[in-house]
Design a binder for this molecule. Sequence first.
Ligand code: NAP
Length: 216
Amino acid sequence: MRIGIIGSGPVGQALAKAFLSEGYDVMLGTRNVIKPELVKFNAENKAVAIGNFAEAAQFGEMIVLATGGLVARDAIKLAGHANFSGKIVIDTTNPIAKEPPVNGVLKYFTSLDESLMERIQKELPDAKLVKAFNSVGNALMYRPGFKGGPPSMFICGDDEEAKKKVTAILRSFGWEAEDMGKVEAARAIEPLCMLWCIPGFLSNHWTTHAFKLLKK
Ligand SMILES: NC(=O)c1ccc[n+]([C@@H]2O[C@H](COP(=O)([O-])OP(=O)(O)OC[C@H]3O[C@@H](n4cnc5c(N)ncnc54)[C@H](OP(=O)(O)O)[C@@H]3O)[C@@H](O)[C@H]2O)c1
């Protein structure tokens, strides 16, 4: 399957390498194909195609959205709404506000009664959004390798088949998916990023922890 990734930052790059390792064809999308960090990435990962947002969205049979939350709408516009139609879109974004964290706690531009994912789903009504990968650092997204076994990735979305496909991808990446239901569940999943980042901001721990849902 072809994966188009909208966003060339740390998440886009980590997931591009992960999907490539799992045998997918990948195009990484950016507004600037000649930015030095991307040229370096491409030299080290020649099998990942690089294109603009519209090319990556067109290329992808499945799409990963991995831009800053504040600019997600702009990125979707550049990618072209029609290029998302009918496709599974893995939404990795978080609604992080411009203001700095307070004692390690990120500020969000959404309230607890509305998520960024819901805004994006409204923007792309024909796309099958699945929230995933938003509550862990990019270094742990693929084969996180915890001694305690696979950590939990909380996911949600309105399309059941899309969530099944993303669940299978997560399993192959070394994660257990925990399906929290429909798109509104993103109101609870997006703030997990705030919690996950606190040890990072306070103690510089960015690669040492992930969530695990214990069940009887
Ligand atoms: N960093 C992590 O470990 C991590 C973990 C979990 C979730 N997340 C979430 O994943 C998303 C991506 O995070 P990231 O750290 O990889 O990178 P990021 O810096 O948040 O986003 C980078 C991408 O945003 C694009 N962008 C920036 N300004 C834009 C604009 N005005 N219009 C359109 N696109 C614009 C950039 O375009 P160019 O390619 O042109 O530069 C780049 O592709 C975020 O929502 C973040 O909260 C991050």
